[in-house]
Design a protein around this ligand. Structure first.
Ligand code: MEV
Length: 444
């Protein structure tokens, strides 16, 4: 039976066995063994992971690595990264090393305001609603004090509440747009709790407001939720050096040519949406890897980054590059709503370790490190694209995946790596070469 009810109440082994019988058609014992092989040896640790999500059957591993030598605002970081893409950590590390001797990354947080919204319907005179809002604004602030007190002690809280009228777009639709400072936490729970409280106050106050009559007293709250679009939670990071110092990157190209091609490649991503998407994906290769390693919400970051990139009405590059008076400058501006306290950052043991590796940064510091990693990643990608082409480095890194897939022995790995030093790597080329070795028809 493929339909099931009460699945979440089954124990883990029964869930796996149900899955095996109904969807995998293998021997449930074999399937159970495979799932169990990825359980954590320590029962308590496994319980922790089980608790993160519903219907957890096992763990899904991703590589955890570090990119050393990141000099950011004169401090050296070793950046933890979680990614399955073979060339990402290597590219970040290489770019970090390159900029290490050229002043490093200069980063600053421009602002850290987050947004939440109470979406509601008001059936009545909008001028009366405006007056109501102005008169009751203090009541809104007073009614959330018990929720904001702790955050205020840390320097955060609710910065502003605005009433927005969208009744020209959707019948009777208005919004409370609330700005928050959530300090070192990403703040989703804090924001959502306050919004729900504001929604209650809104309904309550409207119901007893003397100037409202009839339906005006009955405000209908549609939903209260944070917005993942945080264009005012933004960080900037840049690198720069004299053009002639780019020679290390230019693969027999003159540094001037390298810089010109680099700038052009970035410019293309400013007007061509197909290129811009891939360009920004490359930046997110770096950003996501840090966001995941530190237990932050990569879906929120992705959603926001893409909306931000399209802010002008055209989806654009998050980075800009230029050469002015012989100086090459490369810069990223990106919204990153990150936290270093609360949520998974405290619960996931490896997220905690990542933050330790970074010296337990504030959220602002983590924003800067993450932006630097995105910029480094983009630098590495564009460098390869405008010189050797991406496959050169990519497939070399991919070679080890191919070899693992083809179950190459240590001895075979060495032979294959030597053989492909100056050749194009592809799955079929590696397989054919391995066959040659295995049938002894290849002589070294
Ligand atoms: C691959 O994951 C990322 C790149 O395609 C990024 C880019 O094209 O800029 C290499």
């Amino acid at each position: 039976m493929k339909e099931v009810s009460g699945f979440s109440k089954l124990n883990k082994r029964d869930k796996i066995s149900w899955l095996a019988k109904n969807f995998l058609y293998h021997n449930p014992l074999d399937v159970a063994k495979q799932f169990a092989s990825f359980w954590h040896d320590e029962v308590e640790k496994q319980k922790l992971f089980d608790g993160f999500s519903e219907n957890t059957l096992t763990n899904f591993y991703l590589p955890f690595g570090v990119a050393p030598n990141f000099l950011i605002n004169d401090k050296i970081y070793c950046v933890p990264m979680v990614t399955e893409e073979s060339s990402v950590v290597a590219a970040s590390s290489k770019a970090a090393k390159f900029w290490l001797n050229r002043g490093g990354f200069k980063a600053k947080v421009i602002s850290s305001v987050k947004i939440g919204q109470v979406h509601f319907s008001f059936n009545g005179d909008h001028r009366k609603l405006n007056t109501f809002f102005k008169r009751k604004k203090d009541v809104f602030f007073d009614g959330i004090k018990h929720l904001t007190a702790n955050m205020e002690k840390r320097g955060g809280g609710v910065r502003d509440i605005q009433l927005l009228d969208f009744s020209h777009l959707e019948e009777n639709y208005y919004q409370l747009k609330v700005s928050f400072e959530t300090c070192d936490s990403m703040g989703a729970n804090f924001i959502n709790s306050i919004l729900e409280q504001l929604a209650l106050i809104l309904r309550e106050e409207a119901s007893k407001y003397e100037s409202f009559t009839g339906k005006e007293k009955d405000i209908e709250v549609i939903m209260s939720i944070l917005s993942n679009y945080t264009p005012d939670c933004v960080v900037e990071c840049e690198v720069s050096c004299p053009v002639e110092e780019l020679h290390e990157n230019s693969h027999q190209m003159l540094p001037d040519d390298f810089a010109r091609r680099f700038v052009k490649a970035v410019n293309i991503a400013n007007f061509d949406v197909h290129r811009a998407t891939t360009h920004n994906k490359g930046i997110l290769n770096g950003i996501d890897a840090v966001v995941i390693a530190t237990g932050n919400d990569f879906r929120a970051v992705e959603a926001c980054v893409h909306t931000y990139a399209a802010m002008s009405g055209t989806y654009k590059s998050l980075t800009i590059a230029e050469v002015t008076d012989g100086i090459f400058k490369f810069k990223i501006r990106v919204p990153l709503a990150l936290g270093t306290v609360g949520g998974l950052t405290n619960l996931h043991p490896m997220a905690k370790t990542s933050l330790d590796i970074l010296g337990n940064p504030s959220a602002a510091e983590l924003m800067m490190v993450t932006a630097a990693t995105g910029l480094a990643q983009n630098f590495g990608a564009i460098r390869s694209l405008v010189t050797t082409g991406i496959q050169y480095g990519h497939m070399k890194m991919h070679l080890s995946n191919i070899l693992a897939q083809l179950k190459a022995s240590e001895e075979e790995v060495i032979k294959v790596q030597e053989y492909f030093v100056d050749k194009i790597v592809s799955f079929s080329a590696v397989r054919e070469f391995l066959e040659l070795i295995r049938t002894k028809s290849y002589k070294v």
